[in-house]
Design a protein around this ligand. Sequence first.
Ligand SMILES: O=C(O)CCC(=O)C(=O)O
Ligand SMILES: [Fe+2]
Length: 291
Amino acid sequence: METSAIPTVDLSPFFADGDEVGKKKVEEIIGQACAKYGFFQIVNHGVPLGLMNRAMELSKTFFAYPEEEKRKSLPHSDSPRPAGYCDVPGSVEDLKVTEKFFTELAKVGQLVEGILNDCLGLPAGFLKEYNNDRSWDVMLVFRYYPATEADTIGAYEHQDVNNITFVFQDDVGGLEVQKDGEWIRVTPIEGALVVNVGDMIQVLSNNKFKSGVHRVVSPEGTSRHSFAFFYHLEGEKWVEPLSHFTKEIGDKPKYRGFPYKEYYALRLGQKTNPPETPEDRIVITRYAGIA
Ligand SMILES: O=C(O)CCC(=O)C(=O)O
Ligand SMILES: [Fe+2]
């Protein structure tokens, strides 16, 4: 029977000199995972475990503060909703931990983007050059409350708007990926990062790689904590299926082109969670077909 587990890949060949065979093997597994699920997990990705654990501790400490304390970190009342906390209190040391974690995740983003580039058979460094501005990258820190009778979903089914997302989840679990109508659990693994392909890679690759459909199920009896690093494109970037997957191989583009910021703004403007009607959902298929 075919296993439906999301694959876990060891990236150490990318940190060793000359392990070309090891790299090829990794690329094969990742290529298949992106075509099938749009999801995989990575270990030995270069981010020190101590740093990850320290960042998680800081997040848990903040979320455990009394409500009135956390309310001081709410953004201004005219900020778009839903909006989380910002300018969270902490020592200079704490801030350094979070900043370092962000920088390390951006490096993993570049590494994984390079691997996807090669899995897709693009010319060396193509995606790196296309996506050469890191100013839109964002890291969010979440706490999911325990399930109640009325509410069992922490994050409703969606696909990520960006290029590639990296999730660091604690050992509680709850992240699930949809495949052929079934939900597959993404098992927490110590020190691993969950990687998911977002809508932009799906468009650029003309559906060769899938933007993974996922959700977070509320935990039972405890809270779940996670970090999500969104590796974006710069807003002005024009996005359309690359000629490597269209003209050059005689395939029709499955999407018309658009500036990234247009789709991103539409998605940010979608406040209700879940949307009131399925038609209200902004999804990438709104750009499907040729204009
Ligand atoms: O917290 C998680 O595990 C995933 C969060 C997520 O899917 C998102 O923010 O897009
Ligand atoms: Fe997501």
